[in-house]
Design a protein around this ligand. Sequence first.
Ligand SMILES: [Zn+2]
Length: 270
Amino acid sequence: MTTHRLINRRMAIAEMGKAGLAIVVFGTAACSDGDAVATTTATGSAAGTTARPATTTTTGAGSTTTGEPATNTGSAASSYQRVNLDFVSAYILYRGGEAALVDTGVTGSAAAIQAALGEAGLAWDSVGHVILTHKHPDHAGSVDEVMAQAGGAALYAGEADIPQIPSATAPQPVGDGDNVFGLEIIDSPGHTPGHICVLDAAAGILVTGDALNGTGGGVALPDASFSEDMTMAMETVLKLSGFTYEIALFGHGEPLLEGASAAVAALAAG
Ligand SMILES: [Zn+2]
């Protein structure tokens, strides 16, 4: 895909309004012990819904997990595919055969990302958007490999991190109020100054990067030893608690598949 859209919040809300608010989200994932976890969240009309089975596929570089929001016609909600690189995860948010890749893993992760795209029925030419949550090499490490494969994709990152991202392609700066492929960008500084999160409001999915860590069914602050400003990181947790999402997809840790924004609010209150 070569169409890139960077539209403002007002346009995004107008689009969401047209899409309507009746959305059903299914998230599925596999735990490390092999047990499947399925989450069903209904917003608005939820008649006639059926849970889907978890899909887990082992690839050469790790496992990928599919979560498919089942959406009513006209919804702009995305499905997601986890690229589990063991130490870190990247995520593919996709709909209508077009995808946004959020983060790229460490150097050498392109093959695992390609496998995850395949699991979702996608290929490199589906990737129109590559969003880096922050500058660290476990998130931005494969950016050049990815951009070489996904010819024509647009690259985005938070402005304050861009000078430290050693990519051949200059990222476009994005932050609060920006919308990429129907996804809301949220400034979330602290772990790094230019950290951003990605919210799919229609699907109820927040991709947190390292603004939050998963704890295996819970949520925690980022590791202080790798974070530049923990006071700001805690302010960001409070900010992230002000949005509504059922699912949180972390850079580090197992995804939280239900009650995610409530869990973040509890963390902020603590
Ligand atoms: Zn980091």
